[in-house]
Design a protein. Sequence first.
Length: 290
Amino acid sequence: MQEQKGKYEGLQNDELGIKIRSNDNPYLSVDIQEKLLQPRRISSYFIVLIESGSITYNLDLQDITLTDGHLLFAMPNQILTPPAKTDDLKYFKLLFDENTLALLPQQFPFLINPLNAQTIVLDSAAKERVIKVFGILNQILHLDKYETDTEIILAYLNLLLSELNSAYFKNTEPVNILNTNLSKFIEFKLVVETSLTEQPSINAIAEKLALSTNSLYRIVKEYSGTSPKDYFINRLITEAQRKLRYSNTSVKELAYELGFNDPDYFSRLFKKSTGKSVSEFLPKQDLSGK
């Protein structure tokens, strides 16, 4: 425990990369609301729990509807479009960064989404426990007059993530974060995000990860259900859809921006991946600001 305490010795609460929002402390400013409702690449881990009511988020251009006891989690570099809050909604939202996560005494495999399901449906008992922990974090971070020790904040965050990790893997084989294959898959995802527009070859990625191409294929297939090449292409097309929908970038400019030397090849790949041509996709842009 002494070694763990050394990690956050001297940290103040406002220096922790953790924020929480709820009905008790919503975003009040209209300007802030409008800014937050814009699609954006998130840089932190994001978790939202719906205590009661219903709401639909858009994550990586996919609509995800949440209702009572449903929880959505998103990871850094995903594209999140938050919806406007409905009047009858009761919720908790939590954001925390990699540095905060590194201060915890254990790791949480669900955060890299090995089962490809970014929603968790809590049973009544788990929902009650999770709401209590969210409520305590909300009290500590927003309602208490006096600053709470960083150690206590991290203890409750660790408890919350432990509950969610258990619920995520319920009725499935537990995943060992120390498993070499899972660690390599996490490294692969990081390489994809950091070199997306460079479009390295799968051979180059495998070499960087000290794997054979066959081993890389097997690992990525195990945790994503697709091949490394298709995983990379899907990530590129998701980024292309976001830019087409929410910016004024031309198709030609976008192709070059994403690392394609041939805009026509990009257009063909887009059609093959989405089933729609770029021209069919563009009319669905909503630039009204609503």
